[in-house]
Design a protein around this ligand. Structure first.
Ligand code: HEM
Length: 419
C-alpha cells in the first residue's frame, strides 16, 4: 500500500506520447499507480494490473452500461451530440461483444471465434502471408529505398485481415479507413467533427458486412468469416449479426494498425542495433524472440480501458464506481520487479512472467498468433531479400502518432541493397 497520493500524469502530453517509458519508471518508483485527472486511474504495476485484468466484475470492459454495444465515440466524457446520434441510428443494431463484453457473454463469444483464430487456422495462412509479403517487397526492391510504413508495414496486415474477413481486394483501402476511424473512436478523445466521421464509418461498415454475413449463412465458404458466422460450440448457437458486427470491427481495428506498429517499432530497434540485425540475418530462428522483446519493450498498444462497476481501491488509491481505469500494458512491461533493467532490449531475457504486449487475462489478444506470424514472416523475407538496411534520415519522421494508446512512428525511410 502506498501512503502518498498517486502521482498525477497527463496522458495527452506530447512528451508522454513521445516517450511514455519515463513516466512508467516514475510510476514504478511510487507504487505502480498514477492518476490522469481528465481520464482516469492508470495501472502500471505488473501484479496489480494482472489482478485488475482478471477481476472482470469490478473492472468491466463494457463501455456502455445499457448494453447497446461499442459506439466508438471516443473516451471523452461528454454525451454524444444529437446530430451524431442521428447518424448512428441508421447503423444496424449491435450488442456488447468480445472486446467490450464481460463474462458470461464474453466467454461465449471467445469460444465461438476461437476456431476461426486458432493457432491451427492461422498457421494455415502462412503461405498466403508470405506471398503478400514478397509481392510488397517486389514492388520496391528495384529502387534501393522504401517508405517503410505505407509501402510495407501498413499493407501487409491490412491485406491479411481483409482476406480473413472476405473483403474484396479492391475495397481494402476503404476498409482500412473505417478501421483507422474506429480505432481512434475506441482509444482517443474525439472532436465533434471526428465523431461524425466515425459514425459514418460505422454505418458504412455495417452496410458492407450485413449482406456478406447473410450470404455466408446461406452458403458457407472456406474463409474465416464463414467459420465465425457458422461455428457452433458445446451446443452454443452461432453468433448473431448483432454480435458479429462489433466482432468484425474489433478484428479489423485490432488487427491492422497494431501489427503495422509492431513491424515499424521493431525495425527501429534493429536500425539502432546493427549487431542484433546481423545476428537475426545469420540466425532467423531468433526472429520470434526479437518480436516478443519488441512487444515488451515498445508495444504498439500501450493501454486499453476498463470501467469500474463499484468503488474500490488499488494499492491504496481509491477508484470510484463508473470511473475509467487504464490498464497500462506497456507500463507493466517496464516493471523492474518482473523485467530487471527494463530499458535494455534483450532478446535473451529470461521471461519469468509473460509480457503484457498482448494484454493479460480473459481478454488476452485473440489475434496474437496471427500477429506473431505476420511479424516473423515480414522480417524473414526482408532479411532474405534486402541487404545493408539503414535508416534514411532525410525521408523519415521519427516522431510518434498522436495517441497515448496506439504507439508507432510516423515515417521510416529505409535504404538497402537488393540481394
Ligand atoms: C502486434 C499486434 C497486436 C497487438 C499489440 C494487440 C494487442 C492487444 C491487446 C493489448 C489486447 C487486450 C485488450 C484488453 O484486454 O483490453 C488485444 C485484444 C484483442 N485483439 Fe489484439 N493485438 C494485436 C494484433 C491483433 C490481431 C492481428 C487481431 C485479429 C486477428 C487481434 C484481435 C484482437 C481481439 C479480437 C481482441 C479482443 C479479445 C477479447 O476481448 O477477448 N489483435 N489485442
Amino acid at each position: 500500500m502506498t501512503e502518498d497520493p498517486a502521482p498525477e500524469i497527463d496522458l495527452l502530453d506530447t512528451a508522454h506520447i513521445e516517450c511514455p517509458y519515463k513516466i512508467y519508471e516514475h510510476l514504478h518508483k511510487q507504487g505502480g499507480i498514477g492518476v490522469d485527472p481528465n481520464i482516469g486511474t492508470v495501472v502500471a504495476g505488473y501484479d496489480v494490473l494482472a489482478a485488475v485484468a482478471k477481476n472482470t466484475q469490478v473492472y468491466s470492459s463494457s463501455i456502455t452500461e445499457d448494453g447497446r454495444g461499442p459506439r466508438h465515440m471516443g473516451i471523452n466524457p461528454e454525451p454524444v451530440q444529437d446530430d451524431v446520434e442521428e447518424i448512428l441510428s441508421t447503423a444496424h443494431p449491435i450488442v456488447n461483444a468480445l472486446f467490450t463484453a464481460d463474462p458470461p457473454e464474453h466467454t461465449r463469444h471467445r469460444k465461438l471465434i476461437s476456431k476461426a483464430l486458432s493457432p491451427r487456422s492461422v498457421r494455415a495462412l502462412e503461405p498466403q502471408i508470405r506471398e503478400i509479403t514478397t509481392t510488397l517487397i517486389d514492388a520496391f526492391i528495384g529502387r534501393g529505398s522504401v517508405d517503410f510504413i505505407p509501402e510495407f508495414a501498413v499493407p501487409l496486415p491490412v491485406t491479411v485481415i481483409a482476406d480473413i474477413l472476405g473483403v474484396d481486394r479492391k475495397d481494402i483501402w476503404t476498409f482500412k479507413e473505417w478501421g483507422d476511424l474506429m480505432i481512434s473512436g475506441n482509444i482517443d478523445m474525439l472532436s465533434h467533427e471526428r465523431r461524425r466521421e466515425v459514425a459514418h464509418a460505422v454505418v458504412e461498415l455495417h452496410e458492407y458486412f450485413v449482406p456478406r454475413i447473410e450470404e455466408r449463412r446461406r452458403k458457407p465458404t472456406d474463409d474465416l468469416l464463414s467459420i465465425m458466422v457458422n461455428t457452433e460450440v458445446d451446443g452454443e448457437p452461432p453468433l448473431t449479426t448483432e454480435e458479429l458486427l462489433p466482432i468484425i470491427d474489433q478484428i479489423l481495428l485490432a488487427g491492422h494498425e497494431t501489427t503495422t506498429n509492431l513491424i515499424g517499432n521493431a525495425m527501429l530497434v534493429l536500425l539502432n542495433d546493427h549487431a542484433l540485425m546481423a545476428r537475426l540475418r545469420a540466425n532467423p530462428a531468433d526472429i520470434p524472440a526479437m518480436v516478443e522483446e519488441a512487444l515488451r519493450w515498445d508495444p504498439p498498444i500501450q493501454c486499453t480501458y476498463r470501467r469500474t462497476t463499484r468503488d474500490d481501491d488499488l494499492e491504496g488509491v481509491p477508484v470510484e464506481r463508473g470511473s475509467m481505469v487504464i490498464p497500462m500494458w506497456a507500463g507493466a512491461n517496464w516493471d523492474p520487479a518482473v523485467f530487471p533493467n527494463p530499458e535494455r532490449f534483450d532478446i535473451d531475457r529470461p521471461m519469468t512472467k509473460p509480457h503484457m504486449g498482448f494484454g493479460f487475462g480473459p481478454h488476452f489478444c485473440a489475434g496474437a498468433e496471427l500477429a506473431r506470424i505476420e511479424a516473423r514472416v515480414a522480417f524473414e523475407e526482408l532479411f532474405t531479400r534486402l541487404g545493408n538496411i539503414t535508416l534514411d534520415e532525410a525521408s523519415s519522421d521519427l516522431t510518434h502518432l498522436p495517441s497515448f494508446a496506439s504507439h508507432g512512428y510516423r515515417k521510416i525511410g529505409l535504404r538497402f541493397e537488393a540481394l
